[in-house]
Design a binder for this molecule. Structure first.
Ligand code: DC
Length: 212
């Protein structure tokens, strides 16, 4: 079974998806980490991030690898911590926009996603990567709350700068952020992580029963 969890930054995707995967004993695939790892590598190589061809080529030559503990590597480097830096937050949407990059990532995500039960989180999972997912969730939340949640993860950045970064990223990501028509929308503004996970678990049980 594939459970797709899409939504904007700060809506709670990662925490919810990771917890859900833990509870269900499913694998967890963080597709944002793949775009982040590629951005890290492109910056290390000093490539022009806005140019499609060199970045697409870099993506083709350097698959992102996840180990069983969820650590992320690219080109032989463990980038698990580095990809959460603010400089990556700011540039990742520029890299993720390239058609060539998306094609490479999509194929890899499909391969990784079709190896048994998995929770996949991203922006375009329910629409593009896994339109066949049995359960599709779209998480959303009030922009102030989203900025506040990001602030907790990035204590080194000022609240105003963070809210500005988030708005800029939303704008760039928007074309890929549409919920699938058959996605269930959950607003996490006033919900605890456990409540969201429990709600999704109930949906999964319901789906499993109706598709038997
Ligand atoms: O979820 P995140 O913040 O780690 O995602 C990082 C960026 O990657 C995000 O700004 C948009 C992009 N992304 C994407 O375009 N498609 C995905 N499936 C996942 C992430």
């Amino acid at each position: 079974m594939i459970v797709a969890i899409d939504g904007p930054a700060g809506a709670g995707k990662s925490t919810v998806a990771r917890n859900l995967a833990g509870r269900l004993g499913f694998r967890y695939l963080d597709t944002g980490a793949m775009y982040r790892a590629l951005t890290w590598l492109a910056m290390r190589e000093g490539l022009p991030l806005a140019e499609a061809e060199p970045i697409g080529e870099l993506a083709r030559r350097n698959p992102v690898v996840f180990d069983d503990a969820g650590r992320v590597s690219i080109a032989g480097a463990d980038v698990t911590a580095a990809i959460r830096q603010a400089r990556i937050d700011r540039m990742v949407s520029v890299v993720a926009r390239h058609h060539d990059v998306r094609e490479v990532m999509r194929e890899r995500q499909r391969d990784l996603g079709h190896q048994g039960n998995v929770v996949i989180e991203g922006r375009d999972i329910g629409t593009v990567v896994a339109p066949d997912a049995e359960v599709k969730i779209y998480l959303q939340a009030d922009p102030d709350i989203r900025a506040r949640r990001r602030q907790a993860e990035r204590p080194d950045i000022g609240a105003d700068a963070l809210a500005t970064d988030l708005r800029a990223r939303d704008k760039l990501d928007r074309e890929r952020m549409q919920p699938a028509e058959d996605a269930v929308l959950i607003d996490t503004t006033d919900l605890e992580v456990d409540d969201v996970v429990t709600r999704i678990e109930a949906l999964i049980r319901e789906r499993a029963l109706t598709t038997q």
